[in-house]
Design a protein around this ligand. Structure first.
Ligand code: URA
Length: 248
């Protein structure tokens, strides 16, 4: 059994409180958004004692309960919603789609405002951490509508990989589903989650993405979840995500 006096890393403490994933917590620490016992902490790696230390994030005192109920939703994000928890421009927030939960459920990773589709939202910092960690290589599949004819040559170039300003990117799979004079519909599977990665990969080849939907994450699909709707993840699905992470 865990000792009450056990020290845990600050980013884990923040993730356990359901604020965000551990990786995002590290960013919040670096930005000076976190204080411990009244002192702003920007250094990574410090440890806190849950039974006595007072951790404040963005002015809010956190309540630690490592056994708090974990909730994970699979949501079908409509376009026009942002995946941040607050928006200075007052645009619709993904969290408005599940506003009845008193728990603080945050989106796992991000989808652009103009991207729709599968997004997990959770208060389980460990799960979020695992899903976002590049080491685990969870597959993400996108349906991409591209303006104009994206032909066999372009598909071949995409499959071979493209150079982006943050490095080389190659899809695990890419297929043309439909092509006509006006548009091409592709599906593409990637294992990374770099910022605007799919749009940038297509743009590098001289094409514009006109619609983008995430249709799969690992074995999870949007089946039965309408636009703007969500469902709870089943226990078996959570177990499976866990074991996929462990195999990596
Ligand atoms: N790639 C993008 O370009 N945008 C997203 O929202 C997700 C992946």
């Amino acid at each position: 059994m865990k000792q009450e006096t056990e020290l845990i890393r600050l980013q884990k403490y923040i993730a356990d409180c359901g604020v965000t994933s551990r990786r995002r917590a590290e960013v919040m620490i670096a930005r000076g958004q976190v204080s411990v016992n009244g002192e702003i902490v920007t250094q990574q790696g410090i440890k806190v004692k849950p039974s006595s230390d007072q951790v404040v994030v963005d002015g809010k005192l956190l309540e630690y309960n490592s056994a708090a109920a974990k909730i994970t939703l699979l949501l079908n994000k409509p376009i026009g919603y942002v995946t941040t928890m607050d928006d200075p421009q007052n645009r619709p927030l993904v969290k408005d789609l599940y506003r009845d939960f008193k728990e603080r459920l945050f989106p796992v990773g991000r989808l652009d405002i103009n991207t729709s589709g599968l997004l997990l939202c959770t208060n389980d910092g460990d799960l979020a951490n695992r899903l976002m960690h590049p080491r685990y290589k969870f597959e993400k599949e996108y349906r991409i509508t591209v303006a104009g004819r994206f032909g066999r040559n372009e598909l071949q170039m995409l499959r071979e990989g493209v150079v982006l300003d943050d490095g080389f990117a190659r899809p695990l799979r890419a297929e043309i589903e439909h092509i006509d004079e006006r548009r091409t519909i592709l599906t593409m599977v990637i294992a990374e989650g770099r910022n605007r990665q799919v749009r940038r990969m297509i743009q590098t080849l001289g094409f514009q993405v006109t619609a983008l939907t995430r249709i799969r994450l690992a074995f999870l699909t949007l089946d039965g979840v309408k636009r703007g709707g969500w469902r709870h993840l089943k226990k078996s699905e959570l177990k499976c995500l866990q074991s996929l992470g462990e195999q990596a």
